[in-house]
Design a binder for this molecule. Structure first.
Ligand code: PHE
Length: 344
């Protein structure tokens, strides 16, 4: 063995190590190859044993040669390792690619509940006509809910079958009419208010809910007539259901109004031809109304000889159901987003 042989065999090892490392894609494979050449029992190390056979003056050169082989193999190994790392990074970046030009996902925006929308629209409509908003408690006294409103002591509405009683005097108001009393006790005429709010009745079926919403209207002044009531309601119906909508006042009875009238509109579903919604009558009842009963004025210390007034009470659910053609009142209380999302 001479130096030249030694160099050739090392270069051959170097070449075959580099060839083997080329294109290796797993770290453990690369490490294994490297160890096979550079490990303690590796092929390069094996060649080193022949160093001893070389004459002394050639050993330095031999050392240099073997160092350069080791370096070359180590470099090839490092190159493969960094290629593998780069390939992994490329793959990761490709799989996590972000298109920063994509439009952002829209957040789900709050929308008002259809009942709230309807209530707000009605309040705005009456506010335009000069009605101020008044409020009263939902837990009401029998006095305001019934007695001051001229309900006879034996009136069936006072029965527990209809009213959620709390105790002898306390109850959940069955209508917004007690706000009429509270307002007239607090303010002298002229009075022109609407009172929106929740009311309660022992009732539960597709068209009745134990809690629902009303808007009460009250206008008291000198010289108020039923024509004022009719004109006000006509304007409300024009705005709410359209100018072509027929309207009629149908004689009725409420203890706190005299005369009283229920107000119907021509059925908006069948153009008055008769359908299931209007029970073939061509008419839909939308509210109760009338001229304030003198006894109600007396309960509030207002002189019925000097003042007259009209009042009306409408159901917000009923208006919303007609406007949006909702067939079951319970849909308005179940809070199913698929239902609610239809009202933008
Ligand atoms: N309070 C009545 C009801 O709930 C409606 C009404 C209000 C009628 C005002 C006349 C005047 O049925």
């Amino acid at each position: 063995m001479d130096l030249q042989n030694f160099e050739q065999s090392l270069l051959a090892l170097q070449q075959s190590a580099i060839d083997e490392l080329k294109g290796v894609s797993r770290r453990e494979d690369a490490l294994q190859i490297k160890n096979r050449y550079l490990g303690k029992k590796g092929q390069v190390q094996a060649q080193m044993s022949v160093l001893r056979e070389l004459p002394n003056e050639q050993r330095r050169d031999a050392g240099r040669i073997s160092n350069s082989t080791k370096q070359a193999i180590e470099q090839a190994f490092q190159k493969v390792m960094s290629d593998i790392a780069q390939a992994e990074l490329d793959a990761k970046l490709a799989s996590e690619a972000l298109d920063v030009t994509l439009p952002a996902r829209k957040p789900k925006l709050h929308r008002s509940h259809p009942l709230v929308q309807t209530e707000q629209e009605l309040i705005a409509l009456f506010a335009e006509m000069g009605f101020a908003v008044a409020q009263g408690p939902e837990i009401e006294k029998d006095y305001y809910n019934f007695e001051a409103l001229n309900f006879p002591a034996d009136h069936p509405a006072r029965d527990m079958q209809d009213t959620f009683m709390i105790d002898q005097q306390g109850l959940l108001r069955t209508h917004t009419s007690p706000v009429q009393i509270r307002t007239m006790l607090a303010y002298k005429p002229p009075v022109q208010i609407i009172a929106p709010g929740r009311v309660y009745r022992v009732d539960d079926d597709p068209t009745h809910s134990p809690v629902f919403h009303q808007i009460e209207g009250l206008l008291v002044d000198v010289g108020v007539t039923m024509a004022d009531l009719k004109g006000t309601l006509r304007h409300f119906i024009d705005r709410c259901f359209g100018k072509q909508t027929p309207m009629r006042l149908r004689p009725s009875f409420f203890p706190f109004t005299e005369p009283s009238a229920e107000v119907d509109i021509g059925c908006i579903f069948c153009a008055q031809k008769g359908c299931r919604v209007c029970s073939q009558t061509g008419w839909l009842e939308i509210l109760g109304s009338g001229m304030v009963d003198p006894n109600v004025f007396k309960s509030c210390g207002i002189d019925p000889e000097r003042y007259t007034g009209f009042a009306f009470g409408l159901g917000v659910e009923r208006i919303a159901m007609l406007k949006y053609q909702i067939s079951d009142i319970r849909l308005l209380f179940q809070n199913d987003v698929r239902f609610l999302e239809q009202f933008s």
